[in-house]
Design a protein around this ligand. Structure first.
Ligand SMILES: Nc1ncnc2c1ncn2[C@@H]1O[C@H](COP(=O)(O)OP(=O)(O)OP(=O)(O)O)[C@@H](O)[C@H]1O
Ligand SMILES: [Mg+2]
Length: 259
């Protein structure tokens, strides 16, 4: 079997104020797998994702990405291997213009300016944000900020793509464009999301985190059919998996809510 791209072994994390956010999570992710990470608000998804780029280090257990132990010594190599789109794009965008922001990581790696410029333009075009290149990120709408943040990560061509709620604040067309784009990536993908239809489309496997522990790990469609499991995590079947019985014809449907 191929070396796993991600190995979490009894991973624990407590925040400095004592909040225990992860209490012994174990799983492996193989190269090229797309894995959705789902769970209620406060379950520990973002905390887990932040370990993949070494923004947080385990309080207990261990984590390896691309064969590298996530620790301070390996941080530069870990950050080359893993690209992360944060839940809040404001945590990610900090340069005076979108173009400079997307270029930042490349220039930091020593990529020559002309080559970096071409990659930046390419990444911005890919996410449909080339027209934003001269704008200051802090003046963009939430959806535009997310597109810019995704471009910054794509430009780096990471081995592992980690996304935290990538579809939040996107209009339906932008969300659809994002799904189509992500379908074309052969990267290993880990996507934390409450958008279970997006998970169903993009991820063959789903991990459920509940109160800091892993409660399920398996084929996405199978997990999303398990109403009891979903309910325990404050989740419900995605709209595309809900059966909609044809309603008896009614004279009036004032709310327009019948199927
Ligand atoms: N900086 C912090 N300091 C202390 N506790 C924190 C901090 N950030 C998160 N937490 C706590 O850690 C737990 C896990 O939070 P996390 O953000 O990982 O959840 P999540 O699954 O991403 O939730 P959501 O779906 O709302 O994004 C929660 O109890 C949260 O209150
Ligand atoms: Mg989160």
């Amino acid at each position: 079997m191929n070396r796993p791209m991600v190995e979490a072994d009894k991973l624990q994390y407590s925040y400095p104020d004592g909040t225990a956010a992860l209490s012994g999570v174990s799983f492996h992710i193989a190269p090229g797998e797309s894995v959705a990470l789902v769970g209620e608000n406060g379950a520990g998804k973002s905390t887990l994702l932040q370990h993949f780029t070494g923004c947080l280090f385990p309080s207990g257990g261990l984590l390896k990405v691309a064969g590298l132990l996530v620790d301070r010594k390996n941080l530069p190599a870990v950050r080359r291997a893993v690209g992360m789109v944060f839940q809040n794009p404001d945590d990610q965008l900090f340069m005076p213009t979108v173009f400079e922001d997307v270029a930042f990581g490349l220039l930091n790696l020593g990529v020559p300016e002309a080559e970096a410029d071409a990659k930046v333009l390419d990444a911005l075009k890919t996410v449909g944000a080339a027209h934003l290149s001269g704008r200051p990120p802090y003046r963009l709408s939430q959806g535009e900020k997310r597109a810019a943040a995704i471009a910054g990560v794509l430009a780096m061509a990471p081995e592992i793509l980690v996304m935290d709620e990538p579809s939040s604040n996107l209009d339906p067309l932008s969300r659809r464009r994002l799904i189509a784009l992500l379908k074309t990536f052969g990267h290993t993908k880990i996507i934390a999301t409450h958008d279970l239809d997006l998970a169903l489309e993009l991820c063959e496997r789903t991990i459920v985190i509940h109160k800091g522990s892993l409660t399920a790990d398996g084929p996405t469609a199978e997990i999303f059919r398990n109403d009891a499991l979903l309910g325990k995590s404050s989740l419900e079947r995605p709209p595309s998996m809900r059966s909609c019985q044809p309603a008896a014809p009614r004279a009036v449907d004032p709310d327009g809510t019948s199927c």
